[in-house]
Design a protein around this ligand. Structure first.
Ligand SMILES: Nc1ncnc2c1ncn2[C@@H]1O[C@H](COP(=O)(O)OP(=O)(O)OP(=O)(O)O)[C@@H](O)[C@H]1O
Ligand SMILES: [Mg+2]
Length: 298
């Protein structure tokens, strides 16, 4: 399903992709871009990664609550254990029993017995935060996908294997938002390299026709072309050795890299935007805000 509505018109934008491609950076950039348009935005990170506390120089963890991180932008770090405890309290209404359940490493046993439960409770918490309506848009920095968009398929899997009961109902409720193309958009981040692009194309093929409202792909950390066509020949004529030779070799490497990246980018269909590689030792809030400006029209 190709969703064509703009991202900022959605209630929920889920940013997915392979490990290390820039999901957290792009999520923060999208959140800042939305805030820049005057929307009240919430940035959610999952599995208590606390990546956002570093990105926004929080001076402490974001934690399992709304924390203002930038004008118009709040962040929330979902700890699945806390989300499960909250859910069990709402279901069981017996606090002491819940506390026993979630202490003593019982949580590990519960989640081991029900694969995907961690993801389901996380997604249910996300839906609760969306439904609460305190924010116009919620951007989720989803977990790294080793195998396609597995995280997003969790509710469907639960619906398939449970036929009634509270877990089934919870999965139906979560899928109701996740699969609603009016309210939800999924974005996949990739770098312009062969393996991430291949995995991105596989992830798209994997979710096609399965109700996941895929908006498209954002290519991140792309080398901007520094040279003009024809510069390659001029550089090839520079004799090796010395400073000029070394500079020419570096320039040729850069030209080759840009050409490789262009080849990989050409494979990406549904490309929503391209973000440059920023040559900075550490991407700070201002740098990410700059990336957000590049995404402002999305
Ligand atoms: N456009 C960019 N230019 C330069 N560096 C970047 C860019 N985007 C991300 N990075 C850097 O690359 C590293 C990985 O980025 P990020 O943490 O956003 O990736 P991720 O996909 O969230 O990783 P993980 O899978 O570990 O959660 C970080 O050090 C980040 O600062
Ligand atoms: Mg991350």
């Amino acid at each position: 399903m190709l969703a064509t509505m703009s991202l900022s018109a959605r209630r929920l934008v889920i940013v997915s992709g392979k490990g290390g491609v820039g999901k957290s950076t792009v999520s923060a950039a999208l959140g800042m871009a939305a805030a820049g348009r005057g929307l009240r935005a919430l940035l959610i990170e999952v599995a208590s990664q606390e990546r956002m506390s570093l990105l926004f120089d929080q001076g402490g963890p974001i934690g399992y609550h709304e924390t203002p991180v930038y004008p118009g932008l709040d962040a929330f770090s979902i700890d699945p254990e806390k989300a499960l405890e909250e859910y069990l309290v709402s279901q069981l209404k017996v606090r002491a029993m819940v506390e026993r359940l979630v202490s003593n490493r019982a949580f590990g046993h519960i989640t081991a017995a029900a694969p995907g439960l961690r993801e389901l409770v996380t997604l249910a918490k996300i839906r609760q935060l969306v439904d609460r309506g305190r924010h116009d848009i919620v951007v989720v920095d989803a977990p790294a996908t080793g195998h396609g968009l597995g995280f997003l398929k969790v509710p469907r899997n639960f619906i398939r294997v449970t036929h009634t009961g509270p877990v089934h109902a919870r999965a139906v409720w979560v899928a109701g938002l996740l699969e609603d193309a009016e309210r939800t958009a999924v974005v996949i981040v990739t770098t312009p390299e062969e393996l991430p692009v291949t995995e991105t194309l596989e992830a798209i093929a994997d979710v096609d026709g399965q109700g996941v409202p895929l908006a498209g792909v954002i290519a991140n950390a792309v080398f901007e072309p520094l040279f003009e066509p024809g510069d390659g020949e001029a550089l090839a004529a520079v004799p090796a050795g010395g400073d000029a030779g070394a500079a020419a070799a570096a320039a040729r490497t850069r030209i080759a890299r840009t050409a490789d990246e262009a080849e990989q980018l050409a494979r990406v269909r549904r490309c929503l935007g391209v973000l440059p590689f920023l040559f900075e030792p550490r991407l700070d809030t201002a740098a990410v805000a700059g990336l957000g400006e590049r995404l402002a029209r999305l």
